[in-house]
Design a protein around this ligand. Structure first.
Ligand code: SME
Length: 162
């Protein structure tokens, strides 16, 4: 297993995503435990981009329950439709929020979070089994490149045993 992640510091974000994707693939290839893999993926994304919070919420009996993450303490349970995470879960779509203060129902786990992106993760039958949530201390920090790249990472996660 790789012990560290190598990427070009200060490169364009698209370049860093390109560099870390194959390393993430290699990192999770040798491990079948979902929790272990999600924990390492959260660590890599936080290290590579310095995001405020990177983590996962997993569906448990219709609710999103906090999973592996890196960053400040977070709320543990989110109902479908609530907040940005619950909205992505319900709508089954990637949600980018440029300014969390303008998103009705945003759940403020940290007052330092200003923008957010949430990507749903799908089972083979099309149901959602969780979401990847990333928070930034910068306004309008997420663009199409983040959506596409985080979705590519989620596609890797969906292939893991659960
Ligand atoms: N802000 C999220 C809640 C989770 S935290 O950001 C870690 C939301 O509105 O769903």
């Amino acid at each position: 297993m790789a012990e560290s992640i190598v990427f070009t510091k200060h490169a364009e974000r698209s370049q860093i995503y390109k560099e870390i994707l194959p390393q993430l693939e290699a990192l999770i290839a040798g491990e079948t435990d979902l929790t272990a893999n999600l924990a390492n993926i959260a660590a890599v994304l936080r290290e590579a981009f310095g995001f405020l919070w990177v983590g996962f919420y997993l569906v448990r009996e219709g609710q999103l329950v906090l999973g592996p993450f890196q960053g400040p303490v977070a709320c543990t349970r989110i109902e479908s439709g609530q907040g940005v995470c619950g909205h992505a879960y319900e709508s089954r779509k990637t949600v980018i929020v440029p300014n969390v203060h303008e998103f009705p129902g945003h759940i403020a786990c940290s007052s330092r979070s200003l923008s957010e992106i949430v990507v749903p993760m799908f089972n083979d039958d099309g149901s959602v089994f969780g979401v990847l949530d990333v928070d930034s201390e910068r306004l309008d920090d997420f663009a199409d490149v983040d959506a596409r790249s985080l979705e590519a990472i989620v596609r890797l996660i969906e292939k893991l045993p659960r």
